[in-house]
Design a protein around this ligand. Structure first.
Ligand SMILES: Nc1ncnc2c1ncn2[C@@H]1O[C@H](COP(=O)(O)OP(=O)(O)O)[C@@H](O)[C@H]1O
Ligand SMILES: O=C(O)[C@@H](CO)OP(=O)(O)O
Length: 384
């Protein structure tokens, strides 16, 4: 069974929403006219252009923006989980998913910089998921130790991202539009969405959203999966994006996917099912894994694949949970390997150790940090 085809279909989605491509698709320069999303800004009529970029894709989006706008950029700040240096924009590497001293230090730098903007300046602000953790300034009276206790408790509580971020907004001097409040200049917020429904009030805890500045979604899970669909369509009898808003726990998601595979398997000689979203897990034990690898493990235990059907469950940011992999493959041949190595798949699941399981079989999908983030992709292919 072709792991290559799964990978190719995956990378069509990922590449479509790579920072480089979405910034290229949305920002350009023609004779001192800055074009953002069809809107023209005459750079002769503004004083200084600033670029800000915060979140997991913070570095890569800022880097591409520098490539397009070069020395038109006066100054700016980028904060992400990547490493790297930029020419006009100052880039800082920060922590995720828990706020650290570093997040506060760089959060303060960002606040200081945005306060310097004058009325006749203009800014582009790239916002991507992960922004909640990489920048912060707790409300007065709340120290980092207590702030971290609250953050950690929330992160393991299993509450959804909307609820989590509403708390984050209430204990922050940056989130929930408070950063926007400090800006006197005009500008635009270009958003790479990693939340179900692209809710701009939730992404990165909405540092720029109090209605003052237009937010434009320039990349999301749907845009990505449509690119996969376009690629695979001619290779199979039926291609279907089942959803881009899957938010079930991994047990229910397994049932849902199993049922869909059965239905399409009965009807079509070949097909590709594309599913996007973010499932949830309740990690137990001290294993290494993530929601994508756990889902793949549960689907393996449910024997949803066969000689013709294989699948890939993978994130888009490159890092699944507490592992260094991005996801895992499941195909029919994996069962032989499990028998040969006498591995007990259930035990790994019970210890939330899906990464160790797939790694030991050579079925992990490890690609490193991608510099983008639009939730997860599940790809199921039946080949003729
Ligand atoms: N060992 C594990 N097995 C399964 N899920 C895990 C494991 N460790 C962490 N997770 C899940 O991974 C999620 C965080 O993953 P991460 O990729 O950092 O999230 P995000 O992409 O949303 O920033 C948490 O919801 C947690 O439940
Ligand atoms: O920053 C955040 O608030 C969330 C959602 O945008 O992202 P992540 O789950 O990647 O931390």
């Amino acid at each position: 069974m072709s792991r290559k085809l799964l990978e190719k279909t995956y990378f069509k989605a990922l590449n479509k929403v790579k920072a480089k491509n979405i910034v290229k698709d949305n920002v350009s320069l023609e004779d001192n006219i800055l074009i953002i999303n069809n809107e023209k800004i005459d750079l002769n009529k503004i004083d200084n252009l600033y670029v800000f970029s915060v979140g997991k894709a913070g570095f890569s989006m800022a880097k591409q923006c520098e490539k397009i706008l070069g020395n038109k950029i006066k100054d700016g700040v980028a904060i992400s989980t990547s490493r790297g240096k930029l020419k006009y924009i100052k880039h800082y590497t920060s922590s995720h998913p828990v706020v650290s001293k570093k997040s506060i230090k760089v959060g303060e730098k960002l606040l200081k910089k945005v306060k310097q903007l004058k009325k006749n300046d203009y800014f582009i602000f790239f916002l991507s998921g992960g922004a909640s953790a990489v920048i912060e300034k707790p409300i007065d009276g709340l120290n980092l130790e207590d702030f971290t206790k609250i953050s950690k408790a929330l992160l393991v509580s299993g509450i959804d991202i909307k609820a989590l971020n509403s708390v984050r907004k209430s204990i922050s001097q940056i989130k929930g539009g408070k950063l926007a409040n400090e800006i006197k200049a005009n500008g635009k917020v270009l958003v790479l969405s990693d939340v179900i429904g692209d809710d701009i009030n939730t992404i990165g805890s909405a540092p720029m959203n109090n209605g003052k500045f237009e937010h434009k979604i320039i990349g999301n899970n749907e845009i990505a999966l449509k690119a996969s669909k376009k690629y695979i369509e001619s290779k199979v009898d039926k291609t279907k994006i089942l959803t881009t808003t899957l938010d079930k726990n991994s047990i229910d998601a397994t049932k849902y996917i199993k049922q869909k595979i059965k239905k399409y398997d009965e009807k079509y000689d070949s097909f590709c099912l594309l599913i996007g979203g973010e499932t949830t897990t309740n990690p137990k034990g001290n294993g290494k894994g993530g929601r994508n690898q756990e889902l793949a493990l549960r689907l393996l235990l449910e024997k949803v694949v066969n000689k013709k059907i294989s699948l890939l469950c993978a994130g888009s940011d490159g890092i699944d949970g507490n592992s260094d992999a991005n996801g895992a493959f499941v195909d029919n041949d994996i069962y032989k390997k499990i028998d040969e190595l006498k591995i007990d798949a259930k035990k790994y699941l019970e210890n939330s150790d899906s990464n160790s399981f797939f790694k030991s079989l050579g079925y992990d999908f490890t690609i490193g940090i991608t510099g983008t983030n639009v939730m997860d992709f599940i790809i199921v292919i039946k080949e003729r």
